[in-house]
Each structure stands twice: as C-alpha cells, then as structure tokens.
Ligand binder design. Sequence first.
Ligand code: AMP
Length: 191
Amino acid sequence: MLNVVIFGAPGSGKGTQSELIEKKYGLVHLSTGDILRAEIARGTDIGKLADGLISKGQFIPDDLMIDILNGQIDQYPTAKGFIFDGFPRTVPQADALDSMLKRRNIRVSIMLNIDVDTNELVKRLINRGKTSGRSDDNLQTIHQRIQVYETKTLPVIQFYDRQHKHHRIQGTGTMEEVFERICKEIDSVIS
Ligand code: AMP
C-alpha cells in the first residue's frame, strides 16, 4: 500500500498536486480542508464549529480532527493507498496518524514537503481568493494561517525526518514541473 502525506504551507499547492497523484497512482485523496468545507456546506454541528475557526485561520481541535480522519479511512476498505492532504498539521496529529495506520497494519510510505517561500505563498493565496470564495483567502487570515503553520505545523517536519520519510520538494515552477519532482520521490520509495 502506498500512503502519501502531502505537506506544505497554505498555498503551496498541496491540493493541486494531490489530484495529480490521485490520478497517476490510483490513491484515495483525503483532504481535511475539503472534508470540513463539506461539513460547513451541510450545516452540521462540526461544520458550525469549523466555520468560525477556519475563517479566523485557526485549527480545529486535534481530537476532533483525528476522529474525523479515522472515520474517513474506514470508508475506503479497498483503497490501494491514501493521500493525506492537510493532515497531520500538528505533532499530536502525526502521532495519531501513525497509530491509526498501525491498527490497520499499514504505515505512511513518504512525506512530501512542498517548499515555497512566504512572499510567493501570500501572492498565490491573494490571487486564489479572487475566485475561490473561501472565507480564509483574505489578507488578514492568510497572515494568521502562515503564522499558525510556522508555530504548530513546522515541527511535523522533524517528526518525519526522524522516520527518514521526509522528502523536500521545490514548490516553485509550473504545476507539471513540481509534479515531476514529486513522482521522482514517490517512485524512489515504491521501486
Ligand atoms: P486547507 O484546505 O487544508 O487549507 O484547510 C483549511 C482550514 O481547515 C485550515 O486553515 C484549518 O482551519 C482547517 N483544517 C484543515 N485541516 C486541519 C487539520 N488537520 N487540523 C486542524 N485544522 C485543520
């Protein structure tokens, strides 16, 4: 089974690259951001909680996020593998993902860290905000999201470094160029 963690700051291209990986390698793409936005659209209790936090650039509590992801994995018993997009975003989430997968006798195969500098991230997110309709793609929330990323999410890199699973991907260039770099790293762990 091939299980990919796609990692990077907001605006680094995780979602776009996940879709390309999903198609090429036949994996199930689990995006926690998409899952939460679907809850908001359905007006569920989780959605109501997530709505306020997302628009302020804050994280959903770890326990809740872990429960949601665990439930999602169960929905795909025949998956060839998963792409975890937007999860883990904290070290406790990374720990929980390891436990969740271990219980199912599987593990994270590779963590791809898409690296893009902060000025470029802000530019991309402001641009995306013109069409995305996302409540968090505005200048104030963008800065907040990047700050939360730096304090809570960056330590996740060391977590996967210690497991020798962290692969840095240069995230600038065209979508195709970035995808090519990603495929090279994935192919190096499956061959
Ligand atoms: P994304 O679409 O991945 O940029 O996620 C949008 C927002 O959803 C984030 O800024 C967080 O508020 C929330 N979110 C998504 N994934 C997580 C997670 N793993 N832990 C906590 N909050 C999350």
